[in-house]
Design a protein around this ligand. Structure first.
Ligand SMILES: C[S@@+](CC[C@H](N)C(=O)[O-])C[C@H]1O[C@@H](n2cnc3c(N)ncnc32)[C@H](O)[C@@H]1O
Length: 248
């Protein structure tokens, strides 16, 4: 799907491009058994790389960060250069449904807030062959936290082209993808606000001054503000869950 250039302008100006936080990345990483010292790690849909930097701090291995938007990768490359980590971290501009890597190569595949782009089950099935036997996969995706969500909320998700399901149904999808579930972890509310929705709302207010008169740009800003409003009003019904899995 081709997104408007202004969408990228907004998201390039944010500390991260989806819900998440370093505390959650660290917590979920702690649920994994120890990795080999030279572990090969693939970070899919890395955006400007908050979790890539966290993974670099948490591991001693080699990280390949993949996104299909080069300017996000440029941000990571600049950080890699500044911190002298070029021997450990590289970026690859590629699509998550056509990864240019050999099969059975990675000890860990990590993906925060990006698997929805090809769909949870499809993503697991597409990425699993890139794992070594016994390797791990960690992804976060949206699901229902409570049954019977309000119609207004369900309709909004549908309009976003996404149909959330319960955590139990997500677990069935993990099984169908042939992965063993090790643990799940729900992203705390702070992971939505601190680095994602609060900066997003601040940027929306700024961009209204410069782009508010352009109808297409104003509509995009409205829809992003609506996304924040949905979370504010209905957060008890949905959220992001991390799934920690193994390729057995
Ligand atoms: C919601 S953002 C999450 C970014 C980051 N993981 C985070 O949590 O801040 C989704 C990311 O997936 C990337 N993306 C979208 N379609 C993609 C595709 N087909 N292949 C690879 N990356 C894609 C976007 O550019 C964006 O950086």
């Amino acid at each position: 799907m081709q997104l408007p250039a202004f969408f990228y302008t907004v998201f390039e100006s944010l500390p991260r491009q989806g819900p998440g936080c370093t505390a959650a990345t660290r917590k979920v990483f702690s649920l994994l058994p120890p990795l080999p010292q030279d572990a090969k790690i693939l970070d899919i849909g890395c955006g400007s790389g908050t979790q890539t930097r966290d993974l670099a701090a948490l591991t001693t291995g080699h990280i390949t960060a993949v996104d299909n938007h080069q300017p996000f990768l440029d941000t990571i490359d600049a950080w890699v250069k500044k911190t002298g980590k070029a021997d450990r971290i590289k970026t690859v501009c590629a699509s998550m449904d056509a990864l240019p890597f050999g099969k059975g190569r990675f000890d860990l595949i990590w993906s925060e807030g990006a698997i929805f782009i090809i769909g949870f089950e499809q993503g697991l099935k597409t990425w699993k062959p890139f794992l070594k036997k016994g390797g791990y996969m960690v992804v976060s995706d949206a699901d229902w936290f409570e049954p019977n969500p309000p119609a207004e909320l369900a309709k909004w998700w549908e309009s976003e082209g996404y149909v959330p399901v319960s955590e139990d149904e997500m677990k069935e999808r993990v099984k169908r993808a042939g992965l063993r579930l090790i643990a799940t972890y729900r992203l705390p509310e702070a992971g939505w606000w601190d680095n994602y929705l609060v900066p997003l709302l601040a940027r929306i207010a700024e961009f209204r001054k410069t782009h508010g008169k352009n109808p297409a740009d104003a509509a995009l800003l409205d829809s992003l503000e609506h996304e924040a409003d949905m979370y504010r009003r209905f957060k008890r019904y949905y959220g992001y869950t991390f799934f920690v899995m193994q390729n057995v």
